[in-house]
Design a binder for this molecule. Structure first.
Ligand code: CA
Length: 231
């Protein structure tokens, strides 16, 4: 699934430039230039993350942030605030208001993309609860995983990959997204290394000749199916 972003920015040229870059980075973007309209839209159809400008006509970004945090349905909605002000004071106020991260204008679109990815990654429940999907079971705290009754022998990276997949079944991830989620963006790795790790993960989870739950999506990446079909 492509993450859906709501971009709330009244400066049309900036909104257009950001939309272009965010879409190019693989996000679906809806842009709104007015605070009150943005609030309505979020309630009507909550996005995966809101990129929120501080200075808006009508309701300010900070006020929107506070209102979203007060509502149970939007309490945990990831928010990245944008502002022209660089004062430490405002930064703190923004984070106090409940923003997950904060960008001071001018910033590079690439940096915004990186921050958005990091916030989205943190937003996914990464608790220590056991994960179950079909015949798979994974215990994050104990670092153990099973397929049916068979305990899987997994290296650290394969374990993280499996955990990432089990928490998000059926979703298609690009190699870049998997690199980002499993290794972190500081890792200087080629997208091709993902293929190597997927191959190892497949070898481990399908060792007894079971159907392969990992689907290769041509020209895109990989997805994990809860109901693998035997081939
Ligand atoms: Ca503005």
């Amino acid at each position: 699934m492509i993450p859906r972003l709501l971009l709330v920015e009244d400066e049309a040229a900036l909104a257009e430039m950001l939309r272009y870059n965010l879409e190019r980075a693989g996000f679906a973007v809806e842009a709104i230039g007015d605070g009150a309209a943005a609030l309505e839209r979020i309630v009507e159809r909550p996005p995966d993350l809101v990129v929120l400008d501080w200075m808006l006509p009508g309701v300010s970004g900070l006020e929107i942030c506070r209102r979203l945090r007060r509502r149970p349905e939007t309490k945990a909605l990831p928010i990245v605030m944008l502002t022209a002000r660089g004062e430490e004071d405002d930064r703190l106020r923004g984070l106090d208001g409940g923003a997950d991260d904060y960008m001071v204008k001018p910033f590079s679109p690439a940096e915004l993309v990186a921050r958005i990815r990091a916030v989205l990654r943190r937003a996914v429940p990464a608790g220590d609860g056991e994960l179950r999907l079909g015949e798979f079971r994974l215990d994050p705290a104990g670092h153990r995983a099973w397929r049916g009754g068979r305990e899987l022998s997994l290296g650290a990276v394969e374990f993280r990959l499996l955990r990432h997949f089990l928490a998000r079944p059926e979703r298609v991830f690009s190699r870049g997204q998997l690199l980002d989620a499993v290794w972190g963006r500081e890792a200087a790795l080629e997208p091709r290394s993902v293929d190597v790790q997927i191959k190892r993960l497949r070898a481990a989870i399908n060792a007894a000749g079971e159907p392969d739950p990992i689907r290769t999506v041509r020209a895109v990446g990989y997805a994990f199916s809860s109901k693998p079909a035997a081939t």
